[in-house]
Ligand binder design. Structure first.
Ligand code: B12
Length: 300
C-alpha cells in the first residue's frame, strides 16, 4: 500500500494544511499513522477519503455529519453528476479482470493460483476498495455460476472458504474499537448457515473501528437475545439468506418477533440479506430493512 506525506496529500487533493488538520483534530476524519520521526503518513484510502469529503462539502453536506464515514459509505453519497472519473492515483476501479481470472481458475480447480490472485488484489488495494471492487463483484459472479449450476458444490464450498479467509484478514486489519458509540450484535437465524454477508458487515464495521459482537450464522433467537442483553447492544443486525422453505429452522417472522418481544425497547433492529428484504415486517421498535452494503455503510 502507498504511503503519502502531508505535502503529497495537499498536492494530490488540493486541500489546505489548515483544513486538513482541522478535519483531523476536530472531527476525527482521518487518523494518519506517524513515522519514526513523528511525521504524518497517509494511506491511499486517506487520499481517496479527502477527495470524497471535498466533493461532498461542495454538494452541501456538513463536515460534522460525514467526517466519520468510511470511503465506501462516502462514495454512495456522491451525486452521479459530481463523481470524479474514479479518483485518479487511487486504486478504486472494479477489478473484473481479476474476477474473471478467478472464475477460469476455479473451473480448472487451481486453488493456489486463485489464492495468489486474491492476495495480489488485497495487497494493491485499500481494505474497503478490496471489498467493494473485488470481493463483491467476485461473490456476484460465484452466485451466478451456482445459480446456473456451472459450479459444483465443491467449487462453491472452496470459493466460500477462500472468501471467508480473506474477510477474516480484512477484519484483523481493522481499527481499534472506539469506546463510545454503537454496540452492534451480528447474527443469522438458527438453521441459516450463510455467513458471508455477516462477515462483510463485520469487516466494514472493523475498518471504521465500530464496536461489535460477531455471533455468526445459525444462532437461536433466545441465545441472540441473551448475548445482546449482556453485551448491552444498541443495535442488532440480523442477516437472513434462506427461508424456512429452504431449511432455516425458524420462520424469519417468528425469529424477528421473538427477538422483538425479548429486547429492551431502545435496541434498534437492522434486517438484511435476501430473505429479510423479501419480507415487509412491522415492528413497534425502531428498525430498518437494509438492501445493500451501501445502505449499511450509512447506518452508523
Ligand atoms: C455460499 C452459499 C452457501 C454456503 C454458505 C457458506 C457460508 N459459510 O456462508 C453453504 C454451502 C453453507 C450453503 C448452503 C445452502 N444453501 Co446456499 N448459497 C450460497 C451462495 C452460493 C452464496 C450466498 C452468499 O453468501 N452470498 C454473499 C452475499 C453477501 O451476497 P448476495 O447473496 O448476492 O447478497 C447481496 C444482497 O442480498 C446483500 N446482502 C446479502 N447479505 C447481506 C448481509 C448484510 C448485513 C447486508 C448489509 C447486505 C447483504 O448484499 C449482497 C451484494 O449486493 C448462494 C447463491 C446465490 N445465488 O445467492 C446460495 C443460496 C443462497 N443457497 C441456497 C440453498 C438452497 C442452500 C441449501 C439449502 C443447499 C442445500 N441443498 O443444502 C443450503 C442451506 C444451508 C442452510 N441451512 O443455511 C439458495 C437459497 C434459495 C432460497 N431462495 O432461499 C441459493 C440462492 C442458491 C440457489 N440458487 O439455490 N450455501
Amino acid at each position: 500500500m502507498s504511503i503519502y506525506s502531508i505535502r503529497q496529500v495537499i498536492e494530490l487533493t488540493g486541500v489546505s494544511e489548515f483544513t486538513l488538520r482541522g478535519w483531523e483534530s476536530r472531527y476525527g476524519a482521518l487518523q494518519p499513522v506517524r513515522s519514526q520521526t513523528g511525521r504524518r503518513q497517509y494511506s491511499s484510502e486517506d487520499v481517496l477519503k479527502i477527495k470524497l469529503l471535498i466533493d461532498l462539502l461542495a454538494a452541501g453536506y456538513r463536515i460534522g455529519k460525514i467526517a466519520g464515514l468510511d470511503v465506501f459509505a462516502l462514495e454512495q453519497l456522491v451525486p452521479q453528476s459530481l463523481s470524479r472519473p474514479k479518483a485518479a492515483n487511487v486504486d478504486s476501479s472494479i477489478d473484473m479482470k481479476g474476477v474473471s481470472k478467478i472464475i477460469t481458475y476455479a473451473s480448472k480447480f487451481d486453488w493456489d493460483e486463485i489464492e495468489r490472485i486474491i492476495s495480489k488484489a488485497w495487497q494493491r488495494s485499500t481494505p474497503s476498495a478490496f471489498i467493494q471492487n473485488f470481493l463483491l463483484p467476485l461473490i456476484s459472479e460465484i452466485n451466478h455460476r451456482v445459480d446456473c449450476k456451472q459450479f459444483s458444490i465443491a467449487q462453491e464450498h472452496i470459493m466460500s472458504a477462500l472468501i471467508k479467509k480473506f474477510l477474516c484478514i480484512v477484519i484483523s486489519q481493522g481499527k481499534k474499537s472506539t469506546k463510545n458509540g454503537p454496540r452492534i450484535v451480528l447474527a443469522a437465524p438458527e438453521g441459516d448457515f450463510h455467513e458471508i454477508g455477516l462477515l462483510i458487515a463485520s469487516a466494514l464495521l472493523s475498518l471504521r473501528g465500530l464496536r461489535h459482537l460477531y455471533l455468526g450464522p445459525n444462532v437461536p433467537a433466545f441465545d441472540l437475545c441473551e448475548a445482546s442483553l449482556k453485551y448491552r447492544a444498541s443495535h442488532i443486525l440480523i442477516s437472513s439468506t434462506i427461508s424456512s422453505a429452504h431449511r432455516a429452522t425458524d420462520d424469519f417472522f417468528e425469529f424477528v418477533h421473538f427477538v422483538d418481544r425479548h429486547l429492551e425497547p431502545r435496541v434498534e433492529l437492522l434486517l438484511a440479506g435476501p430473505n429479510a428484504i423479501a419480507h415487509s415486517i412491522r415492528l413497534k421498535r425502531k428498525h430498518k430493512l437494509i438492501a445493500s452494503f451501501a445502505e449499511f455503510g450509512v447506518c452508523f
